[in-house]
Design a protein. Structure first.
Length: 127
């Protein structure tokens, strides 16, 4: 599985990329592969606030419907309408296909996420 070195991860297969005071959130290559072809993505409205581990995005694939859980709390400042219009782009490149951008997050929550090496080790345990 592909694991990007500039992201933080969760054991539920979400990723976070910190960009200044904002954070991009998406799903990992492992998650998109496990789900199969994505056919629908429901994103929250800008301004919606989430706590860590709350459902923030709904995904539907040919295999199942799954929730994406907020790896960190915060307020949605932007949504990626491209993935909503064409969910298959997440299957093509999960790490450039962010879903939501949040601000107002807690740095301690960011620090609690898995490093790329820790996530790789976690994936080995799933094999």
């Amino acid at each position: 599985m592909n694991v990007s070195n500039d992201l933080k991860y969760t054991e539920k297969h979400e990723w976070v990329k910190i960009e200044g005071n904002s954070a991009l959130i998406g799903i990992t290559d492992f998650a998109q592969n496990a789900l199969g072809d994505l056919v629908f993505i429901q994103l929250p409205k800008v301004g919606k606030k989430f706590n860590k581990n709350e459902s923030c995005v709904t995904l539907e694939s040919v295999k199942a419907a799954e929730d994406v859980y907020a790896p960190i709390g915060g307020e949605v400042t932007e949504i990626n309408q491209s993935v909503e219009k064409d969910p298959s782009i997440v299957n093509k490149d999960a790490y450039s296909s962010w879903m939501i951008k949040v601000a107002g997050f807690n740095q301690d929550e960011v620090q609690s996420l898995l490093s790329p090496d820790q996530y790789r080790e976690y994936l080995k345990g799933l094999a």
